[in-house]
Design a protein around this ligand. Structure first.
Ligand SMILES: Cc1cc2nc3c(=O)[nH]c(=O)nc-3n(C[C@H](O)[C@H](O)[C@H](O)COP(=O)(O)OP(=O)(O)OC[C@H]3O[C@@H](n4cnc5c(N)ncnc54)[C@H](O)[C@@H]3O)c2cc1C
Length: 182
């Protein structure tokens, strides 16, 4: 897996990385995609997918509450926050699994680790077990995503700009939880 020569090394398995990986593999290139986190990047793990799962749930709840105007009746409309979160988490896992299946079918090598570009033909990877790997390539693509400008992903910069990790979808529920603790 590591230490092998690839046509293309991609750093970052978010939409920017995985779309490129699939396209390149379909064109016949040997591809390795490296991510320090779960495959899917911000979109699948913290962004588009979990927010849409929660919005879908909230929309259903509103429709159930307001269904009388359509001539429908729903008694005891309520919600279970734990189950709502389970549904959100399941949506993430389903998308990750689908992506892993596609990588496998297309022969794309997926590696978990933090990548550093060493030269235009070599990427160094710090592996989760503390080891180090190298991937040699003809071409490389960086798809690291974006984060706020203070160099510290997950924190506000001085202008109060937050990155994708800061806007985790659990945040809107924190104030609700505090209000309804008892
Ligand atoms: C709450 C929220 C909701 C959103 N909803 C939508 C939506 O509905 N529709 C939409 O189009 N967009 C939406 N977005 C935006 C969307 O998530 C991003 O545009 C998209 O994820 C960007 O893709 P990317 O591949 O460029 O970056 P990312 O998805 O951020 O992926 C970058 C990846 O690179 C990895 N990485 C970074 N550095 C390294 C390194 N040195 N070594 C290894 N890996 C590394 C990271 O771990 C990450 O997985 C939303 C974003 C948020 C925060």
């Amino acid at each position: 897996m590591m230490g092998k020569q690839y046509d293309l090394v991609i750093i970052g398995a978010g939409p920017g990385g995985y779309v490129a990986a699939k396209k390149a593999a379909k064109l016949g290139m040997s591809v390795v995609i490296i991510d320090k986190g779960e495959v899917g990047g911000t979109c699948i793990n913290r962004g588009c997918i979990p927010t849409k799962a929660l919005i879908h749930t909230a929309t259903l709840y509103r429709d159930m509450v307001e269904c009388g105007k359509f001539g429908l009746f729903a008694e005891k409309v309520g919600f279970d926050l734990r189950k709502i979160y389970e549904y959100k988490d399941l949506s993430i896992v389903k998308m990750q699994d689908e992506l892993k299946r596609e990588f496998s079918e297309l022969g794309i090598t997926s590696v978990r680790g933090t990548a550093t570009v060493q030269s235009d033909k070599r990427v160094r990877v710090a592996l989760p077990d503390g080891g180090t790997g190298y991937s040699d390539c003809d071409r490389g693509k960086g798809a690291y995503g974006g984060y706020s400008g203070n160099g510290s992903p997950g924190s506000h910069d001085q202008r109060g700009i937050a990155d994708g990790k800061e806007k985790q979808v659990s945040k809107p529920f924190d104030s609700w939880r505090r209000r309804n603790r008892n």
